[in-house]
Design a protein around this ligand. Sequence first.
Ligand SMILES: [Zn+2]
Length: 301
Amino acid sequence: MSGIASVDQVQRFLFNKANVRGELVQLQDTYRDILSSYTYPPIIQTLLGELMAATTLLNATLKFEGEIGLQIQSDGIIKYAVVNGTHDLKLRGVARWDETVTELPETFSALFDKGYLVITITPKEGERYQGIVGLEQPSLAGCIEQYFLQSEQLMTQVRLFAQQGDNPMAGGTLLQILPTSSEATNVAESTDFAHIAALTDTLKAEELFSLEATDVMYRLYHQEEVEVFTPAAVKFECHCSRANTIIALQHIDKTELLKIVEEDGDIKMHCQFCNKEYCFDALDVETIHSGFDPDASPTKQ
Ligand SMILES: [Zn+2]
């Protein structure tokens, strides 16, 4: 165990003078819980860890209730990898790859062919937003930086880390210039941003995975003026439910469902995120396709 208290937390901070906001995340149990749901090779464990750290960092910037998802899709060895997080920082994720490939590559880029990253923001109320960026950079962090530069015109620095072995941990940092109203301040701000980004660049994985967040920040920014906010807890939690599974089954023809029950004894619906299994027998099928009102469920997808 790492023995640090600030794991499974995200720490937000602000460089008031420089108009730059920052975040730092360290994940341990959250990461291990996701890794425990499937046997992932090390390179895919790393990818999931980085996706989890990135989702948490982007999530902490949401100003409304809802969900954020980072999904990679490709024609290469990785078919897809996705991590979703709710506004209260409950994460779940899964990756699927070509398991016939016995020797996986060691670099990020070699995992993908025609790969892209989809960032989906789903507010509880209002329109869903989706942004897409090609996986053209040599790291996930680089791709996310490129996304912010392209789609939001916001200078952003992302650093992501994941380690395996006896003490699996994932984490990272995000710096982002705050959108300003004044053009004149832009040059000064970009200089300030570059300075803070250079400081952040000195962070090493072993520091992030062995020091308290406050100690990491002291090492990096002790000469800067930083306003630090209360850290927020991150945890692994799947929000799949029997009710949501029922809604999915309502979209399938009743005779088809009954045929499955007849052949297999029951219908098994398996959640790929948490491995939970939901079973339905013939009586359940009859109920699902008669009295159940889908609109009565608050957790409708
Ligand atoms: Zn689940």
